[in-house]
Design a binder for this molecule. Sequence first.
Ligand code: DX5
Ligand code: ZN
Length: 231
Amino acid sequence: MIPVRRIRIAPSVLAWDLGNLGEAIDISVRGGADQVHLDVIDGHFAPNITFGPGTVKALRRRCDLKFDTHLMVETPELFAEKFLDAGSDVLSFHAEVLNGERFDALHRAVARRGKEVGLALKPSTELPEWARDRLDKLSTLVVMTVNPGFSGQQMDMSTMPKLERVNALIGDMGGGVDLEIDGGVEPENVREVVKRGGSVLVAGAGVYSKEDPVGAIASLRARAEAAAREA
Ligand code: DX5
Ligand code: ZN
């Protein structure tokens, strides 16, 4: 049986040595990752500061992989164009800092550039009403399974019922939105998220803290594809 959803592995470079991010990109390329997950944190939305468009631009020169940029920032309007200029392919905005009107303006700005829009939810955030009405504008719905800020946390399994709910909503719409799982993804739990519809799997520590990070990408994929065949 062919899996219904194509599994995509998105290593999160936040888990690598931040002084050597180029190496993190090379590992993703060598491991056959589908995309690279770039965590941008502004010190306001979450208690950490990571990197900005300049870093993304420098990494862009290193590979052709899809850049999935997760904007954990209070005011995404200040940065959206800058990350597009830097070479991001998907911009995921957080639902907690937006409303329908602000989302629409951001969506227009990204769509005008031919790029994709994602919407991200913290573990305790339900999909707001305004976002339900706009699901068709998303390429990706990012369900965070850890609180934003840091790599290396354990997956919060209390998010599983929400994953089922949003997966059902996407199904009602006839699909077309990828469900991305972000936080604590490890070989041991991919089955739990894939059987609930997760198909884009972000993995920071699940790739970069392993002894063989290149091989870890393939083993995550093998586990996830097996789970997708079962589902
Ligand atoms: C957390 C980030 C995640 C994180 C994933 O703020 O959004 O993308 O880096 O790392 P792991 O997989 O280690 O939880
Ligand atoms: Zn992330």
